[in-house]
Design a protein. Structure first.
Length: 428
């Protein structure tokens, strides 16, 4: 049964005792797909995430001519085992200016940025495009750096957004460029991944090293470039919602510490995912929490908990949240405000104070993280209704299945459609 247009979360009577699994990391999966395509020999990616963003990446690489076999993962229906036949650094040729090879990236920022750099080391002309929201997302920092390296990248509207024509022109061994990551760390990650073939050097303008760029460097350094196997660890940002569920206050006491009822299996230990630090921020600290230094996307999960706590929490360095799937700073302020939260936006910060919350109909802005965050809030706030819950397909297609499934496979949460009828997920 597909998700309804509106989904209501019925508050639970209390948390179950359960160990839940979450699917593989999107960040690791899409980086690994690029590295595997550039590798020598065959690479097997075990427990890779199978969601809109990773399916778009697989389809784009297949469109280019890379062979990728897809097999079920019996351990988690949200994953697949992917076998990629690398081409030893060769990128299949594109078309001509009049008839470029079309590469579609949907709404996947990682696919758009990583493929833009990858296509430059090919030959011929490629047209990179996606859905309308993707065309509004920034690409300038990446396009400028690619031009510094000597590549021709032309935005169709001359505004450094997609759609864009990319003219493949081989390697740039010994070349260097400086990339701005002010709008997205994916710009630097894209250049680091493609440098395996391109041969260039990259510097960044960051005052603080981005945890996502460090993930890319570490994953690139340890990847089996001559073929082999990589096991994709679970997605820490996806797991943060279940840790947050465990931390929800009992009887309104404001205690946001972990209670020990809900656990996430195989919690990441590689050090690659900044969001694996999420449990260290429960209960939420008195000091400011930074999007650039402390948490990644799971900072939104922390924001959802903040009105339920005992003290105000200041969330800082949120600029990158403004240019992701939606303007997330504004979206969080507006939607938490609908629920009665005391929340103040000043510059690129949000201060959220303890508040008496009530239910509301939440706009999710076609943003998977908005839907998942407010679903967790609905576990203790009555009347929480989510518009367009199916947007979770971007990174966690079975999220609501996991909420609704009875223990030990899920949390056993009752979900209602817009007419107030129980929604029961089909077996994936």
């Amino acid at each position: 049964m597909s998700l309804p247009e509106i989904l209501e979360i019925v508050p639970w009577s209390g948390p179950p005792t359960v160990v839940v699994t979450v699917p593989g990391s999107k960040s690791i999966t899409n980086r690994a797909l690029v590295l595997a395509a550039l590798a020598d020999g065959r690479t097997r990616l075990q427990s890779a995430l199978w969601s809109d963003d990773t399916q778009v990446m697989v389809a784009a690489l297949q469109q280019l001519g890379f062979s990728i076999q897809v097999e079920p993962d019996v351990g988690d229906a949200g994953n697949r085992h992917l076998t990629v036949q690398g081409k030893g650094g060769s990128v299949p040729s594109g078309g001509t200016t009049a008839a470029p090879t079309e590469i579609f990236v949907g709404l996947a920022g990682t696919a758009a940025r990583f493929l833009a750099a990858l296509l430059c080391v090919g030959s011929g002309v490629y047209r990179l495009h996606g859905g309308p929201p993707m065309h509004a997302r920034p690409q300038a920092g990446l396009f400028v750096a690619l031009r510094q390296l000597g590549y021709r990248v032309e935005s169709e509207k001359d505004d450094d957004h997609l759609p864009a024509l990319i003219y493949g022109d081989g390697t740039r061994v010994g070349a260097s460029a400086t990339v701005s990551t002010a709008e997205s760390s994916q710009f630097a990650s894209a250049l680091i991944l493609a440098a395996q073939t391109g041969g260039w050097q990259i510097d960044t303008e960051d005052d603080h090293p981005s945890p996502y760029v460090e993930m890319t460097r570490q994953q690139t350094a340890t990847f089996p470039h001559n073929g082999g196997t990589l096991v994709v660890e679970p997605d820490a940002s996806g797991g943060s919602y279940f840790w947050a569920a465990d931390a929800l206050p009992i009887n309104g006491d404001g205690d946001l510490g972990l209670k020990g009822n809900i656990q996430v299996a195989n919690w990441p230990t590689s050090g690659w995912q900044i969001d694996a630090e999420f449990t260290r921020y429960l209960p939420l600290p008195a000091h400011p929490v930074s999007r650039q230094q402390h948490l990644g996307d799971s900072i939104m999960t922390a924001m959802i908990l903040a009105p339920l706590g005992r003290q105000s929490v200041l969330f800082t360095e949120l600029a990158r949240l403004r240019v992701q799937e939606c303007e997330r700073v504004q979206a969080m302020r507006v939607e938490l405000g609908k629920c009665g939260a005391e929340i103040v936006e000043e510059g690129d910060t949000l201060r959220i104070s303890p508040s008496a919350l009530h239910g509301a109909t939440i706009d999710t802005y076609d943003d998977h993280r908005m839907a998942m965050c407010f679903a967790i809030l609905g576990l203790i706030v009555p009347g929480m209704r989510l518009r367009d819950p199916s947007c979770v397909a971007k990174t966690f297609p079975l999220f609501f299945h996991k909420l609704a499934a009875p223990p030990p496979h899920g949390l056993g949460v009752v979900l209602l459609d817009g007419a107030g009828k129980p929604w029961t997920p089909e077996q994936p």
